[in-house]
Design a protein around this ligand. Sequence first.
Ligand SMILES: C[S@@+](CC[C@H](N)C(=O)[O-])C[C@H]1O[C@@H](n2cnc3c(N)ncnc32)[C@H](O)[C@@H]1O
Length: 412
Amino acid sequence: MNKFFQQIEAALLPTAIHYAPEGSEPRAIVHQWIHAIACESKPFAAQRGANIKKLIGILKKEQLYTDAASFKNKLPSTPIKPPKESTFTFIDLFAGVGGMRIGFQKAGGTCVFSSEFEKNAQATYAENHGDYPFGDITKIPVADIPDHDVLVAGFPCQPFSHAGLKKGIADTRGTLFHNIANILEAKNPKVALLENVRGLISHDQGYTLQVILKTLIGMGYNCNIDREIIANGTPKQLQAEAKKMVLKSVDFGVPQNRQRIYIVLWKGRLAKQFEYPKASHTSTRVGSILEDNPDSKYTISDRLWEGHKRRKINNGINGKGFGFSIVNEDSPYTSTISARYYKDGSEILIEQKGKNPRKLTPREAANLQGFPKSFKYNKSDVQAYKQFGNSVTVPVIAALAEQIMLVIRKGK
Ligand SMILES: C[S@@+](CC[C@H](N)C(=O)[O-])C[C@H]1O[C@@H](n2cnc3c(N)ncnc32)[C@H](O)[C@@H]1O
């Protein structure tokens, strides 16, 4: 952060405190406001009286503002640069460390609001994007969220009550999906991208996905599954159709066998124009993400290695899957990195000649999710593994965002 930025932060903080929702830091509001002033867009809490003129007035008093262009020029450039020419705006919910944000910025999007409630992820997000995210989304008044073209959310998968599907949005109360639906209803963005584990398709025998899609089509959104199948199809039919929304990271040049569901929703007829990105068909190799001289601390101990091997034998006997997974630089891909990777690294071990295998380094975990080299990961290895395991594969998001941008541009 440069000195100018610190001075603006200090000038706006006393006002921001009045607008901070429970669970969000006032500096999240300050950062959003700075962005809104620079881009001459609506600030957070505009409905409650926060307005750009008033905020500029505060800055002028402190001689921190003369005109929009010089204000923008003096702001620091963040490690992950926002686009110069913006074609659309988006909000980044359940933001983690902002993998989705990087992909959407690449396609020309400007992020106007972000929310993530875990402190370590917030810090990594702020360091890389120059923007401290708002906190708990369940505590943020929907009307305060700025207008946007695209809502982006990689939300946790939770079951819905089986009390019956009658009231639409109200049936989803008590889940984080309900908060997303409320924002969509109030803000009416053209597009939403909801990312989730592939297991969402079979979660609660298909009921969870059915409730999500029924709620969304009830609100006027469409996706690449026929409305009739969503409204009246069997859970089996819906599950078969939902496979069209699954993308694999390895198909986008990244050597990881990660499969995720990406639900792309469009207001009205635009859904017909949207096409999911096609697989790039480039061959992948684990060697492409490995570092040259990893620290010896990533080599697993004899005790851990013996434990992994023992569990593999026992799991085989009990028919419980395969246990650890080991690859070398010539393997085409690794298995999926998860938030629990920090525990024992069992899902991805790297073979080493004449030594026990090793874990990925945090930098390699970042590479495996396609994060740019400039991305500054958390100093704690545990946090870095958790954050990249929880995150998205950036090139997959960038490819999706590019396809979304093409439709938005045509519609403008
Ligand atoms: C699967 S991760 C999403 C990662 C993100 N899309 C990325 O690119 O890094 C889900 C995130 O949602 C956050 N989260 C869960 N409940 C939340 C809430 N009520 N408010 C804000 N964030 C929440 C978690 O801390 C977690 O980081």
